[in-house]
Design a protein around this ligand. Structure first.
Ligand code: MF3
Ligand code: CO
Length: 248
Protein backbone atom coordinates (compact mmCIF):
# COMPACT_ATOMS: atom_id res chain seq x y z
CA UNK A 1 0.00 0.00 0.00
CA UNK A 2 1.36 3.39 -0.98
CA UNK A 3 1.16 5.90 1.89
CA UNK A 4 0.54 9.45 0.67
CA UNK A 5 2.04 12.20 2.82
CA UNK A 6 0.30 15.45 3.71
CA UNK A 7 2.00 18.83 3.22
CA UNK A 8 2.83 18.85 6.97
CA UNK A 9 4.33 15.38 6.79
CA UNK A 10 6.50 16.38 3.83
CA UNK A 11 7.64 19.42 5.83
CA UNK A 12 8.67 17.09 8.69
CA UNK A 13 10.47 14.81 6.26
CA UNK A 14 12.63 17.73 5.17
CA UNK A 15 14.57 17.55 8.44
CA UNK A 16 16.10 14.04 8.18
CA UNK A 17 16.54 14.45 4.45
CA UNK A 18 18.36 17.77 4.69
CA UNK A 19 20.54 16.27 7.40
CA UNK A 20 21.40 13.39 5.04
CA UNK A 21 22.46 15.92 2.41
CA UNK A 22 24.56 17.88 4.91
CA UNK A 23 26.32 14.81 6.27
CA UNK A 24 27.06 13.55 2.75
CA UNK A 25 28.53 16.97 1.99
CA UNK A 26 30.74 16.74 5.11
CA UNK A 27 31.89 13.25 4.15
CA UNK A 28 32.62 14.44 0.62
CA UNK A 29 34.96 17.07 2.04
CA UNK A 30 36.87 14.49 4.08
CA UNK A 31 37.17 11.76 1.48
CA UNK A 32 40.67 11.35 0.01
CA UNK A 33 43.29 8.71 -0.76
CA UNK A 34 44.57 7.11 2.46
CA UNK A 35 41.44 7.49 4.59
CA UNK A 36 39.75 4.28 5.75
CA UNK A 37 36.08 3.69 5.16
CA UNK A 38 35.47 3.09 8.88
CA UNK A 39 36.85 6.58 9.62
CA UNK A 40 34.24 8.06 7.29
CA UNK A 41 31.57 5.96 8.99
CA UNK A 42 32.54 7.16 12.49
CA UNK A 43 32.61 10.75 11.33
CA UNK A 44 29.13 10.47 9.82
CA UNK A 45 27.74 8.83 12.94
CA UNK A 46 29.21 11.52 15.22
CA UNK A 47 27.71 14.36 13.17
CA UNK A 48 24.29 12.71 13.02
CA UNK A 49 24.14 12.07 16.76
CA UNK A 50 25.33 15.58 17.55
CA UNK A 51 22.47 16.90 15.42
CA UNK A 52 19.90 14.75 17.20
CA UNK A 53 19.34 12.25 14.40
CA UNK A 54 19.60 8.48 14.43
CA UNK A 55 21.56 6.50 11.81
CA UNK A 56 18.86 4.53 10.02
CA UNK A 57 20.90 1.69 8.56
CA UNK A 58 22.70 0.71 11.76
CA UNK A 59 20.81 -2.28 13.13
CA UNK A 60 18.50 -2.43 10.11
CA UNK A 61 18.21 -6.19 9.50
CA UNK A 62 21.46 -6.47 11.44
CA UNK A 63 23.45 -4.05 9.25
CA UNK A 64 26.45 -3.01 11.40
CA UNK A 65 27.19 0.61 10.38
CA UNK A 66 25.93 4.11 9.67
CA UNK A 67 27.09 4.35 6.06
CA UNK A 68 27.11 1.86 3.24
CA UNK A 69 30.43 2.45 1.44
CA UNK A 70 30.78 0.57 -1.84
CA UNK A 71 34.10 0.78 -3.70
CA UNK A 72 34.71 0.09 -7.41
CA UNK A 73 33.00 -3.22 -8.36
CA UNK A 74 30.90 -3.03 -5.17
CA UNK A 75 27.38 -1.95 -6.10
CA UNK A 76 25.69 -1.22 -2.74
CA UNK A 77 25.75 -2.25 0.94
CA UNK A 78 29.55 -2.25 1.31
CA UNK A 79 30.45 -2.43 5.01
CA UNK A 80 32.90 0.21 6.33
CA UNK A 81 36.25 -1.32 7.29
CA UNK A 82 39.96 -0.62 7.64
CA UNK A 83 40.22 -0.54 3.86
CA UNK A 84 42.10 2.55 2.75
CA UNK A 85 40.74 4.40 -0.24
CA UNK A 86 43.18 4.77 -3.12
CA UNK A 87 43.67 7.20 -5.96
CA UNK A 88 41.49 6.06 -8.87
CA UNK A 89 38.81 4.37 -6.72
CA UNK A 90 35.16 5.23 -7.16
CA UNK A 91 33.26 5.21 -3.89
CA UNK A 92 29.51 5.16 -3.28
CA UNK A 93 28.40 6.58 0.06
CA UNK A 94 24.82 5.75 1.03
CA UNK A 95 23.20 7.24 4.14
CA UNK A 96 19.85 6.98 5.87
CA UNK A 97 18.78 9.05 8.88
CA UNK A 98 15.76 8.86 11.19
CA UNK A 99 14.53 12.00 12.90
CA UNK A 100 11.27 12.47 14.85
CA UNK A 101 9.27 9.81 13.08
CA UNK A 102 10.58 10.11 9.54
CA UNK A 103 13.39 8.81 7.36
CA UNK A 104 15.72 10.40 4.84
CA UNK A 105 17.90 8.49 2.35
CA UNK A 106 20.44 9.49 -0.30
CA UNK A 107 23.64 8.32 -1.94
CA UNK A 108 26.45 9.78 -4.04
CA UNK A 109 29.41 8.26 -5.84
CA UNK A 110 32.74 10.08 -5.85
CA UNK A 111 36.10 9.53 -7.51
CA UNK A 112 39.29 9.56 -5.42
CA UNK A 113 41.79 11.84 -7.18
CA UNK A 114 42.13 11.11 -10.85
CA UNK A 115 39.88 8.30 -12.09
CA UNK A 116 39.81 6.48 -15.44
CA UNK A 117 37.86 8.03 -18.32
CA UNK A 118 35.46 5.08 -18.19
CA UNK A 119 34.84 5.61 -14.46
CA UNK A 120 34.24 9.29 -15.13
CA UNK A 121 31.70 8.44 -17.85
CA UNK A 122 30.00 5.96 -15.52
CA UNK A 123 29.58 8.56 -12.75
CA UNK A 124 28.28 11.16 -15.20
CA UNK A 125 25.80 8.72 -16.76
CA UNK A 126 24.47 7.55 -13.38
CA UNK A 127 24.09 11.09 -11.99
CA UNK A 128 22.36 12.14 -15.20
CA UNK A 129 20.07 9.07 -15.13
CA UNK A 130 18.93 10.10 -11.65
CA UNK A 131 18.27 13.68 -12.85
CA UNK A 132 16.31 12.42 -15.84
CA UNK A 133 14.31 10.07 -13.61
CA UNK A 134 13.47 12.90 -11.21
CA UNK A 135 12.27 15.05 -14.14
CA UNK A 136 9.66 12.34 -14.81
CA UNK A 137 8.51 12.37 -11.18
CA UNK A 138 5.39 14.47 -11.50
CA UNK A 139 1.64 14.06 -11.33
CA UNK A 140 0.17 12.69 -14.55
CA UNK A 141 3.10 10.37 -15.19
CA UNK A 142 3.37 6.71 -14.29
CA UNK A 143 5.90 5.37 -11.83
CA UNK A 144 7.33 3.32 -14.68
CA UNK A 145 8.05 6.52 -16.63
CA UNK A 146 10.77 7.22 -14.04
CA UNK A 147 12.10 3.66 -14.38
CA UNK A 148 12.06 3.70 -18.15
CA UNK A 149 13.79 7.08 -18.42
CA UNK A 150 16.60 5.91 -16.15
CA UNK A 151 17.10 2.66 -18.03
CA UNK A 152 17.03 4.37 -21.44
CA UNK A 153 19.68 6.91 -20.53
CA UNK A 154 21.97 4.31 -18.96
CA UNK A 155 21.73 1.95 -21.92
CA UNK A 156 22.26 4.77 -24.44
CA UNK A 157 25.53 5.43 -22.63
CA UNK A 158 26.51 1.77 -23.05
CA UNK A 159 26.10 0.77 -19.40
CA UNK A 160 23.57 -1.46 -17.63
CA UNK A 161 21.13 -0.99 -14.76
CA UNK A 162 21.04 -3.36 -11.80
CA UNK A 163 17.74 -5.21 -11.58
CA UNK A 164 18.14 -7.10 -8.32
CA UNK A 165 17.84 -3.91 -6.20
CA UNK A 166 15.41 -1.05 -6.62
CA UNK A 167 14.40 2.32 -5.18
CA UNK A 168 11.48 2.61 -2.78
CA UNK A 169 8.84 4.67 -1.09
CA UNK A 170 10.02 6.24 2.18
CA UNK A 171 8.33 7.92 5.15
CA UNK A 172 7.75 6.56 8.64
CA UNK A 173 9.58 3.45 7.38
CA UNK A 174 12.87 3.37 5.50
CA UNK A 175 11.34 1.14 2.86
CA UNK A 176 7.71 1.54 1.87
CA UNK A 177 5.70 0.79 -1.24
CA UNK A 178 6.06 1.34 -4.09
CA UNK A 179 9.21 -0.30 -5.39
CA UNK A 180 10.97 2.05 -7.82
CA UNK A 181 12.83 -0.09 -10.38
CA UNK A 182 15.50 1.42 -12.60
CA UNK A 183 14.14 -0.43 -15.62
CA UNK A 184 10.82 -1.14 -17.26
CA UNK A 185 8.28 -0.13 -19.85
CA UNK A 186 6.93 3.42 -19.73
CA UNK A 187 3.24 4.08 -19.12
CA UNK A 188 2.45 1.04 -16.98
CA UNK A 189 1.65 0.36 -13.31
CA UNK A 190 0.78 3.04 -10.72
CA UNK A 191 0.13 6.65 -11.54
CA UNK A 192 2.16 9.18 -9.57
CA UNK A 193 0.13 11.11 -7.01
CA UNK A 194 0.66 14.19 -4.92
CA UNK A 195 2.09 13.13 -1.53
CA UNK A 196 4.17 10.21 -2.76
CA UNK A 197 7.71 10.32 -1.43
CA UNK A 198 10.19 8.18 -3.34
CA UNK A 199 13.85 7.27 -2.91
CA UNK A 200 15.00 7.03 -6.52
CA UNK A 201 18.34 5.28 -6.77
CA UNK A 202 19.90 4.10 -10.03
CA UNK A 203 22.66 1.51 -9.60
CA UNK A 204 24.63 1.33 -12.83
CA UNK A 205 27.26 -1.18 -13.92
CA UNK A 206 29.95 -0.54 -16.51
CA UNK A 207 29.59 -4.17 -17.65
CA UNK A 208 26.68 -6.59 -17.27
CA UNK A 209 23.68 -6.06 -14.98
CA UNK A 210 24.18 -9.22 -12.88
CA UNK A 211 25.25 -8.89 -9.27
CA UNK A 212 26.14 -11.23 -6.41
CA UNK A 213 26.41 -10.91 -2.64
CA UNK A 214 29.76 -11.57 -0.93
CA UNK A 215 30.22 -13.97 2.03
CA UNK A 216 29.69 -11.12 4.51
CA UNK A 217 26.02 -11.40 3.43
CA UNK A 218 25.86 -7.67 2.65
CA UNK A 219 28.31 -6.43 0.04
CA UNK A 220 26.76 -6.54 -3.41
CA UNK A 221 29.29 -6.73 -6.28
CA UNK A 222 28.99 -6.90 -10.04
CA UNK A 223 29.19 -10.51 -11.20
CA UNK A 224 31.74 -9.56 -13.89
CA UNK A 225 33.59 -7.32 -11.39
CA UNK A 226 33.09 -4.28 -13.61
CA UNK A 227 32.77 -0.86 -11.92
CA UNK A 228 29.44 0.23 -10.48
CA UNK A 229 28.02 3.63 -9.48
CA UNK A 230 25.03 4.66 -7.36
CA UNK A 231 23.23 7.97 -6.84
CA UNK A 232 20.08 8.43 -4.78
CA UNK A 233 17.72 11.25 -3.85
CA UNK A 234 14.56 11.28 -1.77
CA UNK A 235 11.93 13.14 -3.77
CA UNK A 236 8.44 14.35 -2.80
CA UNK A 237 5.80 14.55 -5.52
CA UNK A 238 3.62 17.59 -4.91
CA UNK A 239 1.06 19.65 -6.79
CA UNK A 240 3.96 21.93 -7.76
CA UNK A 241 6.16 19.14 -9.17
CA UNK A 242 9.00 17.16 -7.65
CA UNK A 243 10.79 18.47 -4.59
CA UNK A 244 14.20 16.95 -3.98
CA UNK A 245 14.35 16.66 -0.18
CA UNK A 246 18.01 15.57 -0.09
CA UNK A 247 19.36 18.54 -1.99
CA UNK A 248 21.21 21.33 -0.16
N1 MF3 B 1 20.14 2.83 1.24
C1 MF3 B 1 19.64 1.51 1.11
C2 MF3 B 1 18.34 1.62 0.42
O1 MF3 B 1 18.08 2.62 -0.13
C3 MF3 B 1 19.42 0.81 2.37
C4 MF3 B 1 20.61 0.25 2.94
S1 MF3 B 1 20.21 -1.24 3.62
C5 MF3 B 1 20.97 -1.23 5.09
O2 MF3 B 1 17.55 0.73 0.39
F1 MF3 B 1 20.78 -2.40 5.60
F2 MF3 B 1 22.21 -0.98 4.91
F3 MF3 B 1 20.44 -0.37 5.83
CO1 CO C 1 17.34 3.88 -0.56
Amino acid sequence: MIILKSRQEIEKMKIPNKLVAEVLEEITKKIRAGITTIELDRLAEAIIIKRGGIPAFKGYRGYPNTLCISVNEQVVHGIPSKRRLEEGDIVSIDLGIYYEGYYGDAAVTLGIGEISPEAERLLTATRKALDIGIKKAHIGNYLSDISHAIQSHVEEEGFSVVRAFVGHGIGTSLHEDPQVPNFGEAGTGSLLKSGMVLAIEPMVNAGGSDVEVLEDDWTVVTRDRSLSAHFEHTVAITDNGAEILTKL
